[in-house]
Design a protein around this ligand. Structure first.
Ligand code: PLP
Length: 360
């Protein structure tokens, strides 16, 4: 079966096999990782290895902390604004590009002033802004954007333009570790792990160290980033199992040749599907404008609900699973996270081509 689910967690088979093999007893540990203290030397090594894996893959310098938090990406919507916006007169800048940035804005507004830098509503969030479409005040507390809108299937091909004085903050939940990035451009980049990087339960936060000083001590302790940084992600019990699997995924990525190699593969997989969409423009209606197409979540519609249902049934009969679009936008969504092999995307492309030829 090829699983095109948008999440949680599409993982490489070899990682799942290793997790299965080590579940009852972590080699050399005498117990399961699930039973091990989070302060055990062995677990501290696992945590350090997972951090090192992320640092190596993305080239994260010592100017940044790599934190492992809980509460999912959604808690970050609140934590970012609570630490970096609360109590300020200036408005934080937010790019409204789809469902997830919309939700981030709703949470940030509870903490302070938000200016919507750019709003993609007029085009049903099928498009992203170019540098000519917005201007960021040099004294804004930060500029926030979502690099890949998982529901609409639009993805920034590069970072938005942001004055050097303004920290750039990115929700990279659904394209984390899918391509190389220049982390030095960011004040903070975060991702819930459960797409490309590991199981649900851990959220990775990469934060420039100077930003850690900003949150007020009045915040609830869990919400203060520096508590996590000062305690190396052990301020409270971290999600040990999720961190362990995340570490295995970083090792797997290194074996694939790192992020450049995985980006190439992600490009190849998504292009297989977009080529079919472009070959049958009257049959498949792609949601994203061509230059904003996501390599992670390919979204499109068929001419009628009946054809859509028939397509999903045909796909299921060919072991192509979880292709139904998000309930808020409908249509089809094929998620092509790192663990999806090229053969899976090719099989879906073949089905799309045959289905269009038969039904167009
Ligand atoms: N941001 C993006 C881009 C997402 O895709 C998701 C979940 O799908 C979230 C945020 C929310 O993540 P969580 O459920 O971990 O809070």
């Amino acid at each position: 079966v090829y699983n095109f689910s948008a999440g949680p967690a599409v993982l490489p088979v070899s990682v799942l096999e290793q997790v299965r093999d080590e579940m009852l007893c972590l080699p050399g540990a005498g117990c399961s990782l699930l039973e091990m203290s989070h302060r055990d030397k062995r677990f501290l090594e696992i945590l350090a290895d997972a951090q090192a894996g992320i640092r190596e893959l993305l080239g994260v310098s010592d100017d940044y902390e790599v934190l492992f938090l809980q509460g999912g990406a959604r808690l970050q919507f609140s934590m970012i604004a609570a630490n970096l916006l609360r109590g300020q007169d200036k408005a934080a800048e937010y790019m409204l590009t789809g469902s997830w940035s919309k939700k981030a804005i709703e949470e940030a507004r509870k903490e302070g002033n938000v200016n919507v830098t750019w709003d993609g509503k007029a085009n049903q969030y099928s498009q992203l802004p170019t540098a000519a479409d917005y201007q960021i005040p040099a004294d804004a507390p930060y500029l926030y954007y979502c690099s890949n809108e998982t529901i609409q299937g639009v993805q920034f091909q590069s970072e938005p333009t942001c004055p050097g004085s303004v920290p750039l903050i990115c929700d990279s939940s659904s394209d984390f570790l899918s391509r190389p990035l220049d982390i030095a451009k960011y004040g903070m980049l975060y991702a819930c792990a459960q797409k490309n990087a590991g199981p649900a339960g851990v959220t990775v936060v990469i934060m420039r160290k100077d930003l850690l000083a900003k949150g007020s001590d009045d915040l609830p302790g869990y919400l203060l980033y520096r508590n996590h940084a000062e305690n190396d992600s052990e301020w409270n019990t971290p999600p040990t199992f999720a961190i362990y699997v995340l570490g295995l995924v970083t090792q797997w990525l290194k074996k694939q040749g790192g992020l450049q190699a995985i980006e190439k593969q992600n490009h190849e997989k998504s292009q297989l599907l977009y080529d079919v969409i472009d070959a049958f423009p009257d049959f498949y209606q792609g949601h994203a404008k061509v230059d904003c197409r996501s390599k992670m979540n390919v979204t499109f519609k068929l001419p009628s609900d009946e054809l859509q249902a028939a397509f999903l049934a045909e796909a299921a009969s060919q072991q192509l699973q979880s292709l139904k679009g998000h309930r808020s936008v409908g249509g089809i969504r094929a998620s092509l996270y790192n663990a999806m092999p090229v053969a899976g995307a090719a099989k879906l492309a073949d089905l799309m081509r045959a289905f269009a030829e038969k039904n167009a």
